[in-house]
Design a protein around this ligand. Structure first.
Ligand code: GLN
Length: 540
């Protein structure tokens, strides 16, 4: 039987509950437990796929093709698990299941209600997800007090009924704001939020506090007293330079020991050496004077979370190469001259995934500059499609070549809709999740992967138009990765260039701190070489 840890949040959203949950997962994994991680999202969207990255951050794609909340990315990176569609339970998904059952008459004439029908459905998902694991950590999105979270909190409460008290525990993450005018930390919001949680019938076992300043023992005692927990169960989660440090900060406060004691679990080993090594190497490069400048030309630059996995993958690769990478966002709606000047001054260019026409011409121009000036280039999904358009226009001379996403009437549709993508719903209808890709020998892709078949995650509707393969290959853009079953181009590269690659998939979802993704590692290595070459040139 799995033990359950519920993580709730209070006072405000965006407290970092996802990182807190993932860090707890990491600690318990280091103790040798099998841990599963679940995110409950109280919104009514069935999945995150239809939500704007401007509002909600990145859409994380699981191997089985679910479009989920970005916290699943933290779980995969910290706990090294492979999440699936079920690891993200949204209210929309639960309501759809219950309504479908009702339409089929499965409730045998009962009045269908939030309690017990919705809550039963939620609990049955929890139990299914816990099968085969020692500990299941369930993070409940939103804050206590939101109307939408109530069915999830009620299900979390019910999980303790008819179970031993050591089978289910509750951790509440809350904010302790600092008022500079009076130089004080205020506990009142936490008091209110714990009261709210109690009204629902949940007594927290541990409180994790987010605060700009360290909590003194008086404050801790105060929070402990009204929360009815021992003072050592008040765990601080201060702002840190890297999120990967949080597990060890929790460890220092004996959070793991307290959890194991509450769950009556015994661990006979603890090994975090690899993780600690990664964190110390990360700290070293963070404080180093040497760095690389990588330009990221995407559209969702206002919300850093929009490219969460991508930023993390770059970070993992930078640690692997022992060099800090400073990412500069490029607004591709700027003038051509500005784009040219910026791209020429960087060590590498990344064009990430994206949708819609805005900024596309600027991206294509940025790629042209990188191609012509032999600056390392890495295009992901939309970025790959843009490098194909650039090559068609400027090397093959196909005037106005484009993707039919941006110009349905283009004379040269080098990127076009996949056949079965015509006239479909917006939700969960793209080419999603893992697909195999065969790698051609003697290519950059082969050098990177050293494997003949790879699996990577996808999220797109448009594809390279196979009609043009011959002309592209003849002029130097090679197809080095192919999905043989559906005959879809997955990787393109320019042979006569230090590093120029475009991939139709999203490798960033597979990068982990302890297992950085090889494309990112090689891209950063190439950028490092580019910088060294520039340095040599400047000396002569
Ligand atoms: N808009 C492009 C497509 O749908 C690229 C998608 C992406 O970058 N994720 O094919």
């Amino acid at each position: 039987m799995s033990k359950f840890i519920f993580i709730t949040g209070g006072v405000v959203s965006s407290l970092g509950k996802g990182i807190t949950s993932a860090s707890i997962g990491r600690l318990l994994k280091s103790h040798g437990f099998l841990v599963n991680m679940v995110k409950c999202d109280p919104y009514l969207n069935v999945d995150a796929g239809t939500m704007s990255p401007f509002q909600h951050g990145e859409v994380f794609v699981t191997e089985d093709g679910a479009e989920t909340d970005l916290d699943l990315g933290h779980y995969e990176r910290f706990v090294e698990i492979k999440t699936k569609a079920d690891n993200n339970i949204t209210a929309g998904k639960i309501y759809s299941i219950v309504i479908e059952k009702e339409r089929k008459g499965e409730y045998l004439g009962q009045t269908v209600q939030v309690i017990p029908h919705l809550t039963d459905e939620i609990k049955s998902k929890f139990l299914k997800l816990a099968k085969g694991y020692d500990i299941t950590i369930i993070e409940i999105g939103g804050t206590v007090g939101d109307i939408e979270s109530l069915p999830f909190l009620e299900a979390a409460r019910q999980m303790k009924l008819n179970r031993n008290s050591s089978d289910v525990i509750y951790i509440h993450v809350t904010l302790v704001p600092y008022l500079s005018s009076s130089d004080e930390l205020k506990t009142k919001p936490t008091q209110h939020s714990v009261t709210k949680l109690r009204e629902i019938g949940i007594d927290p076992d541990i409180i994790v506090t987010r605060s700009e300043k360290p909590l003194n023992s008086e404050i801790k005692k105060k929070i402990a007293l009204f929360s009815s927990v021992p003072p050592q169960a008040i765990i601080e989660a201060p702002n840190v330079s890297t999120i990967y440090e949080i597990p060890s900060l929790f460890k220092k406060q004996a959070l793991d020991e307290q959890i194991l004691m509450l769950l009556r679990l015994r661990s006979n080993k603890y090994d975090s050496s690899e993780w600690d090594k990664f964190v110390s190497r990360l700290n070293l490069i963070m404080n180093s004077k040497n760095s690389l400048k990588i330009i990221m030309a995407g559209k969702y630059t206002k919300l850093r979370d929009s490219y969460k996995s991508l930023n993390e993958a770059i970070l993992h690769a930078s640690v692997a190469n022992g060099i800090r990478v400073d990412i500069e966002y490029l607004d591709t709606e700027e003038s051509k001259a500005k784009i040219e000047q910026k791209v020429k001054s960087c060590d590498g260019l990344i064009i990430p995934g994206g949708f819609g026409e805005r900024g596309i011409e600027g991206k294509i121009h940025a790629i042209k500059i990188a191609r012509e000036n032999r600056i390392p280039f890495f295009g992901i999904c939309l970025g790959m499609q843009c490098c194909v358009i650039e090559f068609a226009r400027n090397v093959l001379g196909l005037k106005n070549a484009n993707s039919t996403e941006f110009d349905p009437k283009t004379p040269y549709p080098v990127i076009t809709l996949i056949k079965n993508q015509k006239n479909v719903y917006k939700g969960a209808s793209m080419r999603l999740g893992n697909y195999p890709c065969s790698i051609k020998k003697n290519t950059l892709a082969w050098k990177i992967y050293s494997k003949s078949i790879i699996y990577e995650r996808h999220r797109h509707r448009y594809e390279f138009n196979n009609r043009y393969i011959y002309s592209f290959e003849k002029r130097g853009m090679k197809i080095s990765g192919l999905n043989k079953k559906d005959n879809l181009v997955e990787i393109v590269e320019i042979t006569d260039h230090p590093f120029f690659i475009g991939v139709q998939f999203h490798p960033e979802f597979n990068s982990k701190p302890l297992n950085p993704h090889p494309i990112f590692v090689e891209f950063i290595k190439a950028a490092l070489k580019d910088k060294e070459l520039d340095y040599e040139k400047s000396k002569n």
